[in-house]
Design a protein around this ligand. Structure first.
Ligand code: TMP
Ligand code: MG
Length: 218
């Protein structure tokens, strides 16, 4: 993915628990960037529209069963199949706003308490994907998230699972020393959270080559 082009767009990832406000914040960020006449695009993982994504959707909605490893690799494949398109958009100057990425991928699978599926194992298929210029973690307690209209009926939407996911996000970020992580207090108002995200995005340099990929855990 090495390139000498300058003024590529930024790869901005937003992560967090279910109900932490990720999708609303992605939408607001997209609108703000586009209102300032810059190019931006929104990408959501899992992308349920592809054949891989349809299998993931069947699993999440309880219509299909999957081995824990198998579904994990499908989530990862769902990112790998999209990465060329993301790279092209970045090189064409689009800021790409990504709603969940490899970080969700690793922690949700590792949170299942399957002794054969460690965080290390779960991270491995993500190595080599593009590294975000900045990652915002919308931090909210699993109890507060549950209060926000409650969890839905999809797999993983239980307070016990979300609490484990939150702990594992912290562990993962500690072990990824070259990923630019910014923890955002997501218990605040939508506008306050939006401002905090905008500050982080506005600080990003414009002259970076697109040669950064996710590496091994420390
Ligand atoms: P969503 O609610 O953001 O559409 O995501 C659906 C669920 O899938 C959510 O509980 C998080 C989980 N997930 C994974 O387990 N692995 C992944 O790689 C991703 C992107 C999401
Ligand atoms: Mg959800």
């Amino acid at each position: 993915a090495r390139s000498t082009a300058i003024f590529r767009g930024h790869l901005v990832v937003i992560e967090g628990l279910d109900r932490s406000g990720k999708s609303s914040q992605c939408q607001l960020l997209l609108e703000t960037i586009q209102a300032s006449r810059q190019r931006a695009r929104y990408v959501k993982f899992p992308d349920r529209t592809t054949p891989t994504g349809q299998m993931i959707n069947s699993y999440l909605t309880g219509q299909a069963q999957q081995d824990d490893h198998s579904i994990h690799l499908l989530f990862s494949a769902n990112r790998w199949e999209a990465i060329k398109g993301i790279e092209e958009d970045l090189m064409n100057g689009f800021t790409v706003i990504v709603d969940r990425y490899s970080f969700s991928g690793a922690v949700y699978s590792a949170a299942k308490e399957n002794p054969d599926l460690s965080l290390d194992w779960a991270w491995y298929p993500e190595i080599g994907l593009l590294k975000p210029d900045i990652l915002f973690f919308l931090d909210i307690s699993s109890a507060d998230a549950a209060k926000r209209g409650g969890y839905g009926a999809e797999r993983y939407e239980t307070e016990r699972m979300q609490a484990r996911v939150r702990t594992l996000f912290t562990e993962l970020f500690q072990r990824l020393d070259n990923v630019h992580v910014r923890v955002i207090d997501a218990g605040r108002s939508i506008q306050e959270v939006h401002q905090a995200i905008l500050e982080g995005v506005d600080e990003l340099p414009w002259d970076q080559p697109l040669d950064m990929t996710l590496g091994k855990l420390g």
